[in-house]
Ligand binder design. Structure first.
Ligand SMILES: [Fe+2]
Length: 316
């Protein structure tokens, strides 16, 4: 584990690493932080919920729903997308919470095995709980890897509010590349497309797009990876073209008309599920693959998303 801290210190610098670690200790298990209720840490609510659902014979159907992963193909037209990236395909997985349900890994692998994509992006929340052991997560990600590593441009990831920064070197060793307030440029026929990845803004308030993106990249087409839809106006002011996130699980438990009972984000509900836009910026908030709190879903299926990118001038 010492190695992990040495690697992170070299990458982030001592001060930034120290700040992140202090925030992890202070906020990861708080029920209230920054005047926001962290429902993830409210274990009494989930114990009570489980008890009530079992009493009303609804738990088993919610559990089955949680494993009924949908594959959604989503076409996104981007004004600044270079024509070389026409029909570029992004496999977008979010909120795996991979150690939370022993059946999830195989279920995901079955759904992923025949999919075709250029890059995989993981928008945070690898772990089920907000603290605790990392090794079960690493082991499961290692098993999942062959199913998400088929794109020619590899795998990019960002941290979620359930993830401690110590997970970064361990998953990078497997071939998952993290962007922690950093960017990466992908080329297609020598034409660039810029991916920007930010740290978690929900618990850790540590997203910093100015740190991630140098001024001279302002004119590039930019795709932002971030865990939650809680950084929209800042991203828009930096002329981000596409904002990809998760975190909300689409509500996870919704009324029959799809409206969430509770949405765990400091953002309007229109930004918390599926496609949306904010001025010129397009966005997509994934329902996620896994669950938190309880392994149940109602009227809000888990999803694997493939975004098909289309330049503005080639819409039929
Ligand atoms: Fe999550």
């Amino acid at each position: 584990m010492d190695d992990v801290y040495e690697i992170l210190k070299k990458r982030l610098g001592e001060k930034k690493l120290q700040n992140r670690l202090i925030r992890q200790v202070n906020h990861s298990s708080d029920i209230i932080s920054y005047e926001h209720i962290n429902i993830e840490n409210f274990s009494v609510i989930f114990r009570l919920g489980r008890y009530l659902l079992k009493a009303f014979n609804s738990y088993d159907s919610g559990y089955r729903n949680a494993l009924d992963i949908q594959i959604n193909h989503n076409q996104i037209v981007l004004r600044k997308l270079p024509k070389e990236f026409r029909n570029y395909k992004i496999l977008h997985l979010s909120d795996l919470h991979i150690d939370g349900n022993p059946l999830l890994l195989q279920n995901l692998a079955d759904k992923l095995q025949n999919l075709d994509y250029d890059i995989c992006v993981l928008t945070g929340d690898f772990r089920y709980r907000t603290s605790g052991e990392l090794q079960p997560v690493i082991n499961s990600m290692e098993e999942l890897l062959p199913y998400i590593n088929k794109g020619k441009d590899g795998i990019l990831a960002v941290l979620g509010n359930h993830d401690f920064i110590e997970i970064v070197p361990l998953l990078e060793e497997l071939g998952i590349e993290f962007l922690i307030n950093e960017h990466k440029i992908i080329y297609q026929q020598k034409t660039p497309l810029c991916f920007v990845g930010l740290d978690d803004q929900h618990f850790y308030r540590n997203a910093d797009i100015n740190e991630a993106l140098p001024q001279h990249h302002n004119n590039l087409c930019k795709i932002l990876l971030i865990h939650s839809p809680e950084y929209i106006s800042q991203a828009n002011s930096k002329m981000v073209d596409l904002y990809l996130c998760g975190h909300t699980h689409g509500g996870q438990i919704c009324w029959p008309d799809g409206k969430p009972i509770f949405m765990n984000a400091r953002a309007k509900n229109i930004f918390c599920r599926g496609n949306w836009h904010y001025e010129e910026m397009k966005g997509y908030t994934s329902n996620g693959c896994g669950c938190s709190g309880m392994n149940i879903r109602f009227n809000c299926p888990p999803e694997i998303t493939i975004h098909h990118l289309i330049p503005n001038n080639s819409v039929d």
